[in-house]
Design a protein. Structure first.
Length: 417
């Protein structure tokens, strides 16, 4: 064999061997071997995951409000419940770590705060529950309650548990202007054991009064329910009240002041029980006519003319009496029915006041036999005082608790129910 033939032979064998090596390095068998190794590892991890999942607690915890919620209710938004298990531990804290007391249901199915939450506060809840096999589940949430700027309340009269006269309306003054009166009024319910229909009337965007067509029936019980929690009274402004108030209506007492005859006749349950000489407003400052409701009682109080526009040339009050006895307010603008110890011989004879109704009394308010004291002791907040035969106009319905001076048609026209 010549050298050239031998070289060609060696080159061919080398190429053949090289091709075999290349084919061997890239064979399917080698690739299959790599995939099998990775697949085994993945399969093994899946088995571990399945085993862990199979051993997980069946307890399902739900927390309200949802995580990250804002403008949450301060009354009943916070609640933790569980299905397929029992709550074993619930921790609620403010952002600074202050603990919030809570109540766990006897069966372990739910938890809620023991009292009302604070406004503009961020709260955190961490809950733990266990299923029937004792396996634990955990859940947590954080939320922020509604702020004072984004909430409203209604200040109401009369007070819970009080006893009032037959003329006492339920009067609610909201601390922010209400634009959705219909939604807010829907959250206010007033009912009476007498069965009388009760209708609300809006005097303005912040005042809602509720009353029946005629005075409350004496001896009845009236219930006010405020279900305003979460009610949007104006754009972005929500109610926070959830409250029930009950008050009693006392005996049916109505007193009629006749400015012309200068007497007051007191009737109780339809019978006259006393006639009292009075002194009403002077011709220059007459007393309002109309049905007025006693809204405040003060054994003694100061009356300064400057506070109601009666001033002299120096800007001082035309009168300033620091110990007016047995005073009862009839209007927001300053009309009272009260005892008078400084007027002599005027009762039943002359009308001399700046618009109030005066009854004979003594300085110090310590003589129970004085007419002023008698009327004070026998009157309730909510009793009606009717003034007639005065040269002045009828008092406006929103000047005090005096909506009785509107006809029923006018009253119901102001409802948004």
């Amino acid at each position: 064999m010549t050298d050239s033939k031998r070289r060609r032979g060696l080159m061919a064998m080398s190429a053949l061997l090289g091709g075999v090596l290349v084919l061997s390095a890239c064979s399917d068998d080698g690739d299959k071997g790599g995939k099998t190794s990775a697949g085994n590892a993945e399969s093994s991890q899946q088995e571990v995951d399945k085993a862990a999942a199979a051993d997980a607690s069946e307890a399902q915890i739900a927390i309200k409000p949802k995580n990250g919620a804002t403008n949450a209710s301060i009354n009943n938004a916070a609640q933790v419940t569980v299905a397929k298990g029992k709550l074993t531990k619930v921790v609620m804290t403010t952002a600074d770590g202050t603990a919030v007391e809570g109540t766990l249901a006897a069966d372990g199915s739910s938890w809620k705060p023991a009292g009302q939450l604070e406004r503009s506060t961020t709260y955190k809840i961490d809950a733990t529950a266990a299923d029937s096999k004792g396996r634990e589940a955990h859940e947590n949430s954080s939320f922020t309650t509604v702020s004072p700027d984004n909430s409203f309340i209604g200040n109401f009269t009369p007070e819970d548990g009080s006893t009032v006269g037959v003329g006492m309306p339920v009067s609610i003054n909201f601390n922010k202007a209400i634009t959705d009166k219909k939604a807010v009024q829907a959250g206010v319910t007033v009912t009476s054991s007498s069965g009388q229909e009760v209708v609300g009337h809006w005097f303005n965007s912040q005042r809602l009064d509720l009353r029946p067509e005629d005075y409350w029936q004496g001896g009845s019980t009236v219930t006010l329910k405020l279900a305003l929690d979460g009610v949007e009274g104006a754009d972005g402004v929500f109610g926070v009240q959830q409250k029930t108030v009950t008050f009693k209506v006392g005996r049916d007492q109505v007193s009629t002041v006749d400015v012309k005859s200068k007497t007051m006749t007191v009737t109780r349950d339809g019978k006259t029980i006393k006639t009292i000489p009075i002194s009403a407003g002077s011709p220059e400052n007459p007393t309002y006519n109309g049905q007025m409701v006693i809204s405040e009682k003060h054994k003694e109080t100061r009356m300064n003319g400057a506070t109601v526009g009666f001033t002299d040339d120096d800007g001082k009050g035309e009168y300033d009496i620091k110990d007016v006895p047995h005073a009862m307010r009839l209007s927001t603008s300053g009309t009272f029915i009260h005892g008078n110890y400084w007027g002599k011989g005027i009762f039943g004879n002359a009308n001399t006041s700046h618009g109030c109704v005066g009854l004979a009394d003594v300085k110090g308010a310590n003589d129970s036999s004085a007419p002023g004291a008698w009327f004070y002791d026998n009157s309730l907040v909510g009793d009606v005082v009717i003034v007639k035969n005065s040269p002045d106009k009828t008092i406006t319905p929103d000047n005090g608790l005096n909506g009785w001076n509107m006809s029923w048609a006018e009253w119901t026209a102001g409802s948004q129910a």
